[in-house]
Design a protein around this ligand. Structure first.
Ligand SMILES: Nc1ncnc2c1ncn2[C@@H]1O[C@H](COP(=O)(O)OP(=O)(O)OP(=O)(O)O)[C@@H](O)[C@H]1O
Ligand SMILES: [Mg+2]
Length: 508
């Protein structure tokens, strides 16, 4: 029997529900073992987040405990962690089977599958909260001690209590030690505070003693999503066309302002990260976000993360608005804001009006909605400020065959926003769902702006865009997908385009 475990099941679109009482959704976290069930619990009048794991019978529980004990004696957890996942998974599998043999345990293959999941979870993963950590929609996990539910912050439904609860002080303490170990730090009664980073980039805060907090050890984890996809990977997934990327490359080089819009989990942040590859290597970039997701392929970069008033930092809240204002002191060439939601948009647009280029995302399904939302509370920008926006890329969910995927549905340029707030737009790029193709329909109005600002003829900009299209397509054809490889080629292109084109046999 082959063990089959998929830690990255596809992220489904979740309905945005205004009345929390109607929430009732389920999705897979670890296929085929674990699902999350989110629903309104009438008895407590609260939204709950329930992890549904394989159910073990009494005798199965005993078998699992026996195996875990034996395994603990045998393997060094640190060795097992964070190497290659496939290798560690098969290592756990082999060791478990060996022990079952040695201990002469009778275990059916059905039971073994379930037990394997728990071994995997507890040895490779982070125990009870492991599936929660793997949930794309979870931003924050918070445990305030024993005998109280672990809470999460969900991207869509916000604060929710989970069905995870630590009841044993010792067990929670040893879990916090494990967290510390994974961050490469040390926590003890003498040093009871932990502030560290997990291997995947998530931030951990924890306390160890009973004195610091009343209910025993506590922890808060702010999640960090994975390594970003590169522009060529997005071409590979057919999320965008090479022309679209080359267009953004031109816009970014000439300091334009780009906003990525779309629904929840439509791939906005993914696209933002990929576009950041096109920012000139020597430019100074400041990024700001609520949850750490942005990971830029560059050195000249100052990342900042807003601090929420949760867990230990209660009272120490620093919001996006505050850090955004502060960031202008660092005089960035480019400002990247993970997601704009409220009053920070005002600071961002002022920055754009005074010549800082910007790249950010915002939740909106269409340009009309977006333009309206920018001009109504809580954002309330003047039409003049909205005018500083050059273009909006709209991401969307798409189901192709059986597969759930993402597409860049259209790129809309803001030509002018009138005094009454209505916008004149132009749509150079569109995606046609019927045949799943991208079209470059019209000339770019933003190129005209760039042409005036920089004194470069539009035709030259167009030609350059076509050259870059060829280059990106060639990189994709040669399967150059890696983060550092792609970064290097784009940076080299900025410094010595002729050489790079020659390297890839591209004629201008
Ligand atoms: N082309 C794609 N194909 C499949 N999955 C994708 C694709 N692009 C993004 N995803 C996945 O979808 C999830 C959401 O992506 P991302 O965070 O970029 O979306 P978002 O629009 O920024 O979401 P949010 O509304 O939460 O900010 C991620 O897990 C990401 O890996
Ligand atoms: Mg996002």
């Amino acid at each position: 029997m082959v063990i089959n475990i998929n830690l990255n099941p596809t992220v489904p679109p979740l309905p945005n529900i205004t009345d929390k009482k109607n929430v009732d959704v389920r999705y897979i976290l670890v296929s085929p073992y674990v699902t999350a069930h989110l629903y309104w619990n009438k008895e407590i009048s609260e939204l709950v987040y329930e992890i549904e794991e394989p159910v073990l019978q009494e005798n199965e529980k005993e078998a699992l405990e026996k195996l875990e004990r034996a395994m603990l004696e045998l393997i060094n957890i640190n060795v097992a962690v964070e190497k290659n996942l496939e290798a560690t998974t098969s290592y756990i599998d082999k060791t478990a089977r060996l022990l079952i043999d040695e201990l002469n345990m009778k275990i059916s293959s059905e039971t073994y599958e379930k037990i394997f999941y728990y071994l995997f979870r507890d040895f490779i993963g982070l125990n009870e909260i492991d599936p929660v950590l793997r949930d794309y929609f979870v931003e924050d996990i918070e445990c305030n001690g024993i005998d109280t539910p672990v809470y999460i912050i969900h991207r869509i439904y916000r604060n929710m209590r989970t069905n995870i609860r630590y009841t044993d002080m010792e067990k929670l303490a040893s879990f916090v030690e494990k967290l510390a170990q994974r961050t490469g730090r040390y926590i003890s009664y003498a040093q009871p505070l932990l502030d560290g980073t997990l291997p995947d980039g998530s931030r951990v805060n924890a306390t160890y003693t009973k004195d610091v907090t009343s209910k025993g050890p506590t922890f808060t984890i702010r999640k960090f999503t994975k390594i970003p996809w590169t522009p060529t990977q997005l071409i590979g997934f057919h999320n965008v066309s090479p022309e679209m990327l080359a267009y953004f490359w031109m816009l970014l080089q000439y300091k334009s302002n780009i906003l990525i819009a779309g629904g929840t989990a439509s791939g906005k942040t993914t696209l933002l990260n990929a576009l950041a590859f096109f920012i000139p290597p020597e430019a100074r970039v400041v990024s700001l976000e609520d949850t750490r997701e942005i990971n830029l392929p560059r050195e000249n970069w100052l990342p900042a993360v807003a601090r929420p008033a949760v867990g230990l930092s209660k009272g120490g809240e620093i919001d996006l608005f505050a850090i955004l204002k502060n960031s202008f002191r660092q005089n960035p060439d480019y400002l990247i804001v993970g997601e704009i939601r409220g009053k920070e948009a005002f600071v961002l647009f002022q920055g754009m009006a005074s010549g800082h280029a910007s790249l950010s995302t915002m939740h909106a399904d269409s340009v009309d909605t977006l333009i309206r939302r920018l001009q109504t509370p809580p954002i309330e920008l003047s039409p003049t400020l909205v005018n500083t926006l050059d273009c909006v890329a709209i991401m969307t969910h798409a189901t192709m065959g059986q597969k759930e995927t993402r597409r860049l549905r259209e790129i809309v340029e803001i030509v002018n926003v009138d005094k009454d707030g209505t916008a004149v737009v132009s749509t150079p790029f569109t995606w046609n769902a019927a045949n799943d193709s991208f079209y470059f329909k019209k000339q770019s109005k933003v190129f005209e702006k760039i042409s005036i600002r920089y004194g470069i003829p539009v035709i030259k900009l167009q030609k350059e865009m076509m050259t870059r299209t060829k280059l990106l397509y060639e990189l994709y054809k040669r399967k150059i997908f890696g983060f550092t490889e792609v970064e290097e080629i784009i940076n080299n292109y900025y410094k010595n385009p002729v050489q790079v084109l020659a390297d890839f046999n591209i004629e201008e």
